[in-house]
Design a protein around this ligand. Structure first.
Ligand SMILES: [Zn+2]
Length: 428
């Protein structure tokens, strides 16, 4: 097999990796650059990427549905099949459907002809996107005790292995052809509720690997990753101190929502959501995961009903979306300032790094709007200690390639216990 990392060696996000044999090729991820992270690939460059090295059998596989991994799927030619986990497909479909509904509402509110035309154009693009995404093929997550299933693309076999990350239904891949074995980690971590499966899976299936392709997001970042259980416990303490709690967090991160839910229960309060995405995602997670998680991922989403005259009597926890600034302020401003707290449960960079603030000022706006606030967060990515364990467990025979990492960050910074030969084969 030949490996070509098109993007990701010196940037976080925008991942595109190509793996090919004489007759077949698969791409792992087709991600958009993260905001503020380099110039986006042009349509010409993309078609060039597909036109060169055409093979009889081709496919694209997505590790998960974050935009920096799936965001360019619309540019993949229709005759190339695209694959994603079944749960990730449902979640992303929900997101697209709600975007379309939001667009329809803005169309009704549009004041000028020009505005209307622009929205109509966006809506047409979105409809096309939805049609194409609906054609995605899926695999089902392997349940405990089941044998992992391989997907065959020409002479390449891909086996998806479920992993823990900050978005629902994420995977690692074992890619095999002609007796060679590649392990692609996608984005992953160990310090979440589902992270305890990481090392057992690697011990059992990531054996005899020739090349390891691993993410390295945390290499260049401050690295103090607390476990999700600790996130829930810190949230509980804060929730007990205040009457009204607003939690800014991702609506697609099933584990963070579980932490918020657990903390809410421990603090004996009621949990509400402020938007259709959180509502729909919680419904989806409950339907698919309640049983196998023994209730950890069981949610009962409800909207805060401000039409009730006594809505302020009840102590509550409200999960808030970053795009709902005005709506949330309307609620917050009706409450006594000293009884309200914001739990900021997102990456701190969003409200600290100037480029990030320009791209989406709402994180900082939220942070500054509350008198009382606490940052309680942990990364969706493996910390240095986990990366070291993963590399030393797999010990590939030929090469280690670090992707999804900042320019200048190196896997060699991990102080790895590896042979000199293998250390020399770490691709920077
Ligand atoms: Zn991700």
């Amino acid at each position: 097999m030949e490996i070509k990392v098109h993007r990701g060696l010196d940037q976080i996000g925008g991942c595109i990796t190509e793996i090919r044999t004489n007759t077949s090729r698969v791409f792992v991820d087709f991600g958009k650059n993260l905001p503020g992270c380099g110039v986006e690939i042009s349509k010409d460059e993309l078609s060039q990427l597909f036109e060169s090295n055409r093979k009889k059998h081709e496919a694209v596989f997505y590790t998960h549905c974050h935009e920096d991994h799936v965001g360019l799927f619309i540019y993949v030619p229709n005759n190339i099949p695209q694959y994603i986990g079944e749960g990730a497909k449902f979640l992303y479909q929900l997101k697209l459907k709600l975007l379309l509904e939001g667009g329809n509402r803005s169309l009704q509110d549009a004041k000028t002809e020009e505005e209307q035309q622009q929205i109509k154009k966006n809506q047409e693009e979105l409809k096309h996107k939805i049609e194409q995404f609906d054609c995605f093929k899926t695999w089902k997550r392997t349940e405990y005790g089941e044998k992992p299933r391989k997907i065959q693309i020409g002479d390449i076999q891909i086996t998806p292995f479920f992993c823990c990350h900050s978005v629902y239904d994420s995977y690692m891949f074992l890619i095999e052809a002609g007796g060679e074995r590649i392990w692609h980690t996608g984005d992953f971590r160990e310090h979440g509720y589902m992270g305890k499966g990481l090392l057992p899976v690697l011990h059992k299936y990531a054996t005899n690997i020739d090349v390891l392709i691993t993410e390295g997001t945390m290499l260049g970042r401050q690295d103090n990753c607390i476990h999700e259980v600790e996130v829930a416990s810190r949230m509980t303490k804060v929730m007990k101190q205040y009457k009204y709690i607003f939690v800014l967090c991702s609506s697609t991160d099933i584990e963070r929502l579980a932490s918020v839910k657990k903390a809410t229960e421990w603090a004996k309060k009621s949990l509400y959501v402020d938007g259709a995405m959180s509502y729909g995602a919680m419904k989806l997670f409950t339907k698919r995961e309640n049983k196998s998680s023994k209730g950890l991922f069981k949610f009962k989403p409800a909207y805060l009903d401000m039409s009730k005259p006594n809505w302020k009597d009840e102590s509550f926890v409200l999960t808030i979306g970053v795009s709902h600034y005005e709506k949330v302020m309307e609620i917050k401003n009706q409450l006594p300032e000293d009884e309200v707290v914001l739990i900021y449960s997102c990456w701190e960079g969003y409200c600290q790094i100037p480029e990030q603030i320009v791209l989406n000022p709402n994180y900082k706006n939220f942070y500054e709007a509350f008198k009382h606030k606490e940052i309680i967060h942990t990364s969706g990515h493996a910390d240095s200690n986990t990366l070291k364990k993963v590399i030393e467990t797999i010990r590939p025979k030929k090469q280690i390639i670090g992707i999804h990492k900042e320019a200048g960050a190196s896997l060699l910074d991990l102080d790895l216990d590896l042979s000199k030969e293998l250390r020399a084969k770490i691709k920077q």
